[in-house]
Design a protein around this ligand. Structure first.
Ligand SMILES: [Zn+2]
Length: 251
């Protein structure tokens, strides 16, 4: 669909170039701008439909932690989750999972969910990855997970990049894309409190909260952001759960 829209725009622009140059310029660039919006803009659903919330009748949120596992952070985060009797989903990078199989097993042993976050986390190029590259990114990580005895059924794309090919590849691999309601944006934050302020700003039942682990998170916020968020959630009477597929289906 997106390919046809862009191709149609280019053909129309060429046909109109002599008679209506302004319309031709619009035909050339507007489809590109629309596509770029849906590929890069957080929550845009044009190229990939993914739930931003889940259905719940209780004071429940879904804590999701991206970019692990990490030798330093994962064990400490697991300890924090246990202290708060919280469950979470870890969106893991395949090659990191391969390097730290014991951490992957520890996540599962803690009662948490493992989900898919590509094999190499190609944040600079995933937006323009060919269908073959998308398939390789997905399949390589899935192979790692399978070797570790894990069947991941949920996927989050790196850096919000939603290429036009992604939806169909995910569907063929039976991976459900997951968006988020609020994120910590740790890389832009100056303190754990600022991370918690941002991710809990519009706290409500059914929110999907996105935090990160690993060296991409600034020193001083690593793990401490998770600690602050869990503390505030507990004090507010919220429980961290992993929703079922049915809770996500019509949200
Ligand atoms: Zn990521």
């Amino acid at each position: 669909m997106w390919l046809l829209l862009n191709l149609g725009g280019k053909v129309a622009a060429l046909l109109l170039a002599d008679s209506a140059w302004a319309v031709a310029v619009a035909c050339w660039f507007v489809p590109d701008a629309i596509l770029a919006y849906h590929v890069f803009m957080p929550h845009a659903q044009g190229t990939l439909r993914a739930p931003r919330r889940f259905i719940t009748a209780g004071r429940e949120v879904w804590l999701t932690i991206d970019d692990g596992p990490d030798a330093e952070d994962t064990p400490r985060i697991l300890q924090l989750l246990a202290e708060h009797q919280a469950r979470a989903t870890f969106f893991l990078i395949g090659q990191k999972a391969a390097a730290h199989p014991a951490l992957v097993h520890a996540i599962v042993a803690g009662g948490h969910e493992i989900a898919h976050h590509t094999h190499t986390h190609p944040i600079g190029t995933f937006w323009c990855a060919t269908p073959g590259r998308v398939r390789r990114e997905l399949d390589a990580a899935t192979d790692i997970f399978c070797r570790l005895g894990i069947s991941a059924t949920r996927f989050r794309t790196p850096g919000n990049q939603k290429s036009p090919w992604l939806q169909s590849v995910l569907k063929s691999r039976r991976l459900a894309p997951i968006d988020w309601t609020a994120r910590g944006l740790e890389g832009w934050s100056t303190s754990p409190g600022a991370v918690a302020d941002r991710v809990l700003r519009h706290l409500a039942p059914g929110n999907i909260l996105l935090l990160h682990e690993g060296p991409g998170v600034p020193v001083g916020i690593r793990v401490e952001g998770v600690r602050e968020v869990l503390g505030r959630l507990t004090r507010a009477g919220y429980k961290c759960v992993v929703p079922t597929a049915a809770q996500l289906a019509s949200s």
